[in-house]
Design a protein around this ligand. Structure first.
Ligand code: ADP
Ligand code: MG
Length: 332
């Protein structure tokens, strides 16, 4: 199919109704070509009866589980750089969305994508589909549907998973006296992003930003151990604060204890976001169990503070002096 033909058909969804029968067929072909087969190897194991191509997907349900559903939009210039490859854009947009399931301790099952693109660039679409395929293979989940429209580049990913009934880890369940933990190292993605902006290269550092990991395995291990959890997307302190607000409590956090890539622990570094590590709370007596999880998964787990009954988030430096806080990334 010629590119101009596709371009013509890729009109905003709302005007799809105006497309003639032939044009609708070609939009159908685009979806067929790039999106119909992604992760299809995993359809059966996730009870998907019908996926890309019909009016809606059909999934069989199960009585002992609850469905977990989350959605995130990634916009060029805000959530990713235009200099990134379409492969990385696809992969990162999906991981960013899936990370919310990790924070809930959910098993990933399916995802859908609302893709808005300024033009039909087949080279770009091929890379995008490859990024999706890699994501599907790594997390073993199928793409079950979506929408494709024309406009400023943006990618909305809806992820769906499940938990055993009553087992989802929520933000709102932290208790005073419990310890606050983080996984991994905070600030790697920030350093990776800064390096990528200068070099545009794909290396171990920049991959921390370009190809983050949704901590699904860790989330699953935390079920029954952690009382509350959140994925660190906007900045560590801001995200700890969200647990505090949801749980109606406060916390004290010790800057020195926060694991960072170097000895330098600036507020900018710890509050930069984009790491998609997990921050969670648990009783002090779960510490040993958590160290076993850390060893098993080869993921550092570090206690960085404690939940307090005062409704305030306080950060202390190495001399136990309070540090004045600016919160992390603000969306608006
Ligand atoms: P409708 O006009 O009913 O909204 P669409 O043409 O938008 O139908 O979509 C047709 C089918 O293709 C649906 O099953 C939809 O889920 C799927 N689909 C559309 N765009 C995408 C995409 N970017 N990724 C995956 N599936 C898609
Ligand atoms: Mg549609």
């Amino acid at each position: 199919m010629a590119e101009w033909e596709l371009l013509d058909y890729l009109s905003p969804s709302l005007s799809n109704k105006d497309l003639s029968k032939d044009k609708a067929l070609d939009e159908f072909l685009l979806i067929q070509k790039y999106f119909s087969n992604i992760g299809s190897a995993f359809l059966a194991e996730h009870n998907v009866v019908n996926s890309v191509g019909d009016d809606a997907s059909v999934i069989s349900s199960n009585h002992n589980t609850q469905q977990i559903n989350s959605l995130d939009t990634s916009i060029e210039g805000v959530h990713f750089l235009s200099s990134m490859s379409s492969e990385d854009i696809a992969y990162r947009s999906c991981v960013v969305a899936l990370s919310d399931l990790a924070a809930c301790g959910a098993r990933p099952k399916w995802y859908s994508i609302a893709l808005t693109i300024p033009e039909v660039d087949e080279h770009w679409l091929r890379g995008f589909a490859t990024g999706l395929q890699t994501f599907s293979d790594e997390y073993r989940i199928p793409l079950i549907g979506g929408d494709t429209t024309k406009g400023t580049l943006s990618i909305t990913v809806q992820v769906m998973g499940e938990v055993n009934t009553g087992k989802a880890i929520l933000r709102s369940n932290a208790k005073a006296g419990q310890l606050v933990f983080v996984s991994g190292v905070i600030g790697k993605a920030f350093l990776g992003l800064n390096e990528f902006k200068k070099t545009f290269s794909s290396n171990q550092n920049t991959l921390s930003y370009l190809r983050p990991e949704a901590k699904i395995k860790l989330g699953l291990e935390l079920v029954g151990i952690a009382s509350a959890a959140i994925d660190i997307s906007d900045g560590l302190l801001q995200d700890v604060n969200l647990i505090c607000q949801s749980s109606n409590l406060g916390a004290e956090i010790f800057l020195d204890k926060i694991p960072t890539p170097s000895t330098e622990k600036t507020l900018q570094l710890i509050n930069s976001g984009d790491d998609y590590e997990l921050c969670f709370t648990a009783d002090e007596n779960k510490h040993e169990q958590l160290m076993k999880v850390s060893k098993k998964l080869d993921i550092p787990i570090t206690a960085i503070g404690r939940i307090m009954s005062s409704k305030e988030l306080v950060l202390y430096d190495s001399t136990n002096t309070r540090i004045e806080l600016n919160s992390g990334y603000k969306h608006f």
